[in-house]
Design a protein around this ligand. Structure first.
Ligand code: G3P
Ligand code: MG
Length: 359
């Protein structure tokens, strides 16, 4: 592999730049920071801890509200991360609020999927565990699951949360959301099939399949185990295969997250807001960063060629892709299907490269 210095291209005269960091496999491995990631991020702040370079985390992961994730990342990495810097796979679900604000919806995934949705403003959201507990025997093997406490929920507590006018046993679910990697695939596939093929109410018939939204479609991702782990895309394939065998209409769904171009457009918008904020904080000359300012380069630092690099390539200018070797990609050279603009070993090396290129 050529050293980073020889990969440096001619120094472009950029007006400004920003960075989007993937989290799993770039910044963290499981819950542990990847060596050098916290030092790399610290270089993007000045001595008084004020952000010098606008950056966001652009992850397909999630399961907890952005504000909580920002706090968690700040503690883990020792830098001050604001909720605006955390773009998770499910963050765009907040744009569906006008459609489902007062409708009964079900959310699944690790963490606290119902809390995520209620913080976005959805008023009648139940986690799939809460929802399942309203239907006796919906999961025929639940008694064998010593590790789950879903059975502690009861119908009356679900009803209390949703208000007096909601009866889970007679109201149709209007949409289902997969917020983060599901924990109990068996139960979730069963209950989602029940909801989706019945038109929103297990046991009833008729009605069109309610919309199903996935926060991302990663087949695999890098967690703490040395080999990649099955992600939300694998769960989607499992659900779709089963559903299409037991129902006469194929599963309809929408997947959000990288590599969709709108995710990169949204990241660009957030980075611009951070840049303008940074300008205001520092009292910079407005002429340098006017409201209409556009970035010279936006760097996507990721570990997954078919997600991070494909996304940045599709998004086009001003995106520039940097692939690390700390996650899904472990190759010597570049990825053959989705080659990055630059390949480095670690995020520390990526930041080094960016700062030298932008000097
Ligand atoms: O579950 C998380 C995973 O699918 C990807 O996370 O940070 O690599 O986009 P990230
Ligand atoms: Mg990743």
């Amino acid at each position: 592999k050529p050293p980073v210095s020889s990969q440096l291209q001619s120094q472009p005269n950029r007006s400004s730049f920003g960075i989007a960091f993937d989290i799993d496999g770039v910044i963290l491995q499981g819950r542990a920071p990847i060596e050098g990631s916290s030092q790399a991020l610290r270089r993007l702040y000045d001595d008084s801890g004020v952000l010098k370079v606008p950056f966001v985390f652009l992850t397909n992961g999630g399961g907890i509200p952005e504000s909580k994730r920002a706090l968690e990342l700040s503690q883990l990495l020792g830098v001050n991360i604001s909720p605006a810097q955390v773009l998770q796979g499910h963050s765009p679900f907040r744009n569906l609020l006008s459609r489902y604000e007062n409708e009964l919806i079900v959310a699944t995934g690790k963490g606290d999927p119902a809390l995520v949705m209620s913080e976005y403003g959805f008023k009648k959201v139940l986690s799939i565990g809460e929802y399942a507990s309203c239907f006796n025997n919906i999961d025929p093997v639940s008694q064998y699951k010593a590790w789950t406490n879903d059975n502690v929920f009861c119908l009356s507590s679900c009803l209390k949360d949703l208000g007096p006018n909601c009866d889970v046993l007679s109201e149709r679910v209007q949409a289902a959301f997969v917020i983060s990697d599901p924990v109990d695939w068996g139960r979730d596939i069963q209950v989602l099939c029940d909801i989706l093929r019945s038109g929103g109410l297990p046991g009833r018939s008729g009605g069109h399949q309610p919309p199903l939204y996935f926060a991302a479609d990663d087949l695999e991702y890098q967690a703490a185990f040395p080999l990649e782990r099955l992600g939300m895309g694998a769960f989607r394939i499992a659900l779709e295969s089963v559903f299409n065998r037991i129902h006469h209409h194929p599963l309809e769904y929408v997947s959000f997250g990288k590599p969709n171009p709108f995710v990169f457009d949204n990241a660009e918008m957030m980075l611009k807001q951070l840049l303008l904020l940074h300008r205001d904080v520092r009292g910079m000359d407005d002429k340098r960063y006017p409201q209409s300012h556009s970035f010279g380069t936006l760097y996507m630092v990721g570990d997954n060629p078919s997600v991070d690099i494909k996304g940045a390539r599709q998004a086009g200018h001003p995106w520039f892709s940097i692939l690390t070797r700390t996650g899904v990609f472990k190759g010597e050279d570049n990825d053959s299907s989705f080659p990055a603009d630059v390949v480095v070993d670690t995020v520390e090396e990526a930041v080094d490269y960016i700062l030298s290129r932008e000097r």
